[in-house]
Write a protein that binds this ligand. Structure first.
Ligand code: FPP
Length: 158
């Protein structure tokens, strides 16, 4: 059996909040001479382990920067693969996340996503909103410029 990811972490000195920019999938794919889509899929496997471990050891909050507004400019096949990964991830993980008491919050503009992805994310938030374990924040369709525009619009509306 392999040791858990957190085997070398001092559990008495844990950060309360860990934030991860999901980077390096492309470099991994290049190194392994495979398509970038496989890099993203493999990265998502690691993500599963990170979420499980964070929940197991009692991290309060884990924030993941997954898909930025700039990422729409990537080649269509890559964007399509990423959108499919989002669907696959929630389809395969949501029951376990609920069982593990993980509370999911989506950051970013859900309204700008295709309907199936938007519904999967909203469903994940709905199903986990009362839960008291790990707070899992996932930034999807997020970006500094987009956040400023949204804040300005909200202020103007008020
Ligand atoms: C950076 O890789 C990573 C991304 C652009 C997307 C990461 C998002 C996912 C894998 C979607 C799944 C998300 C969830 C929440 C299930 P890169 O190609 O920029 O890597 P590089 O820095 O090596 O080039």
């Amino acid at each position: 059996m392999t040791a858990p990811l957190y085997a070398e972490i001092d559990l008495n000195r844990l950060p309360r909040h860990v934030a991860i920019i999901m980077d390096g999938n492309g470099r991994w794919a290049k190194q392994h001479k495979v398509k970038v889509a496989l890099g993203h899929r493999t990265g998502t496997e690691t993500l599963r382990e990170i979420i499980r471990s964070s929940s197991d050891i009692g991290i309060e909050a884990l924030s993941l920067y997954a898909f930025s507004t700039e990422n729409w400019a990537r080649p269509a096949a890559e964007v399509e693969a990423l959108m499919q990964l989002i669907l696959d991830f929630f389809a395969s993980e949501i029951d376990e996340l609920v069982r593990n008491n993980v509370r999911i919050t989506i950051l970013g503009d859900k309204a700008g996503l295709p309907a199936p992805q938007r519904e999967a994310l909203e469903d994940a938030e709905r199903r986990t909103c009362g839960l008291s374990g790990l707070r899992l924040n996932i930034a999807v369709n997020y970006g500094g410029r987009a956040e400023l525009v949204r804040a300005a619009r909200q202020l103007a509306a008020e």
